[in-house]
Ligand binder design. Structure first.
Ligand SMILES: C=CC1=C(C)c2cc3[nH]c(cc4nc(cc5[nH]c(cc1n2)c(C)c5CCC(=O)O)C(CCC(=O)O)=C4C)c(C)c3C=C
Ligand SMILES: [Fe+2]
Length: 451
């Protein structure tokens, strides 16, 4: 059994690489683990089986981030699942299950901030340009990331000079591996992959974006396209997750002098309204249902506090989901709310928006607005009940694993077509962006957009 942590760069790989090449790639992965566990019989459960160390699963995924400091596949955990070896009377079969965690990346150092932002804005699911203007995506991303970098760097500098996301995601991957090994399960002789985004609610801009790229990659690889894959789209409604969130809230309420008077303030990462209203993003509906379920669980525990939901972290001049966290905090203070417990709800790890935006900016704003007692629920990170629930989610998803079908175009043809198209688009995009930038008015509008 091994767990290897490395940089955030995940290069393109294929299934049949030799072990030397595999080792090199594995080192580049933020988190990769590989275990096998013996089993007695297909029809017996695996309780009490002894772990063995595998020499390595000859498979790794063609995981590719969208550039250097990656967004999207920022933690990869691959494990051969308990039941690694299944003995069925006369044969021994090895059974391996991969778990691929999808998460947002974050800059490890201040030097990584601009490349990180570039990857973010170059994602067509984050900056959604009309099809006709798609060729501008990368030049625009270059421009916006360069202009926004100083402000973002300030934020990352204030939380220690980089994002903690990578470290926490690695820890979650290791904890999940242990939880999966502890589980009892019966196995067939198959290899399957479960894709688990670390976003409880689905959004086009998070899970949607990652899964789209993953599917493109799998379709264009003959071997991977045959691998049975189960994708967990969202899991906010799972009782284990709801209970874990309720536990955190219940515990944190006890830190207030008068817990019953505390306003439970859910703060979710926002998305532009157009995602929900024009592109059919289920994010807002799922978020509202998630809050409803958490509050319902708290009520069952005799906790009937007032609560509210607001959206934070908007970028640019377009309308984002409302109400906005900063505006609601001010209103609540003015309305006489004196005790408030902030609950970050769209993400399961500590990150810049909990450590800087909530703990510093929003706290200061709330105290200025009349709130006296402030608290914040920590992120779930590696909370055992939460990790166990993720392990259960992985196991429950296994039966639905299906091959992602192969595309007709060969990989090399595709690469050629992509390259020519890409070069033409880059050329025209850069010329247009350059012309636009010569106009001071356009430049000013841009500055307003990104800050
Ligand atoms: C520009 C549009 C953005 C959309 C849409 C968006 C959706 C979205 N993001 C998260 C989670 C996180 N985002 C984080 C950072 C971050 N996000 C955007 C922009 C959009 N996000 C920017 C520009 C940044 C960089 C930070 C900054 O400059 O303000 C992070 C933090 C990563 C870290 O390093 O700690 C998280 C987490 C969700 C869940 C979401 C949609 C539901
Ligand atoms: Fe974001």
């Amino acid at each position: 059994m091994e767990a290897v942590a490395g940089s955030r760069i995940l290069p393109q790989m294929s299934l049949n690489q030799n072990s030397e090449s595999l080792r090199r790639h594995v080192k580049l992965m933020p988190s990769f683990f590989n275990t096998t566990k013996p089993s007695a019989d297909q029809h017996s459960n695996l309780n009490g089986m002894k772990n063995t160390v595998s020499g390595g699963w000859p498979m790794t995924l063609p995981v590719q981030t969208k550039g250097f400091v990656g967004r999207t596949f920022c933690s990869v955990g691959v494990c051969t699942y308990p039941g690694g070896i299944i003995e069925s009377h006369s044969h021994i079969a090895e059974e391996k299950i991969g778990v691929l965690l999808l998460n947002l990346g974050g800059p490890d150092t201040l030097n990584d901030v601009q490349p990180f932002l570039f990857n973010l804005f170059a994602d067509p699911d984050i900056i959604r340009l009309p099809r006709l203007f798609r060729f501008l995506q990368r030049p625009l991303a270059q421009l916006i990331s360069t202009l926004r970098a100083p402000k973002s760097k300030e934020g990352y500098a204030s939380i220690g000079g980089g994002s903690p996301l990578r470290k926490i995601t690695d820890e979650q991957a290791s904890a999940l591996k242990l939880a999966l090994e502890a589980n009892e399960i019966k196995r067939d002789r198959i290899m399957r992959l479960v894709v688990l985004p670390l976003y409880p609610q689905y959004s086009i801009s998070t899970t949607g974006s990652s899964v789209r790229v993953l599917q493109e990659m799998f379709r264009s690889d003959t071997q991977l396209s045959r691998l049975p894959v189960a994708i967990i789209q969202s899991w906010y409604q799972r009782q284990g997750y709801i209970n874990s969130m309720a536990d955190l809230i219940e515990k944190e309420l006890q830190n207030f002098q008068n817990p019953k008077e505390v306003m439970i303030f859910f703060s979710a990462h926002g998305v532009p309204v157009s995602y929900v209203e024009n592109a059919g993003d289920p994010y807002r509906d799922q978020m509202e249902e998630c809050i409803f379920l958490i509050m319902q669980e708290l009520k069952l525990r005799g906790i009937g506090n007032d609560h509210t939901l607001a959206y934070q972290s908007r970028v640019g001049p377009v309308q984002w989901l409302k109400p906005y966290t900063d505006e609601v905090l001010v209103e609540l203070g003015q309305q006489g709310v004196r005790s408030l417990l902030a609950v970050p709800v769209s993400f399961v790890s500590e990150h810049i928006e909990t450590l800087e935006e909530i703990d510093m900016e929003y706290k200061e704003l709330a105290l200025e607005s009349g709130i006296v007692n402030w608290g914040r629920v920590p992120a779930l990170n590696c909370t055992p009940s939460f990790i166990t629930d993720l392990a259960d989610a992985v196991i429950e998803a296994l039966p639905s694993a299906m091959a992602i079908s192969n595309s007709n175009t060969s990989t090399s043809d595709k690469a050629e077509i992509d390259f020519v198209g890409y070069a033409i688009k880059m050329l025209f995009g850069s010329i247009l962006a350059f012309i636009l930038l010569l106009s001071p008015k356009v430049m000013l509008a841009f500055r307003n957009y990104i800050l």
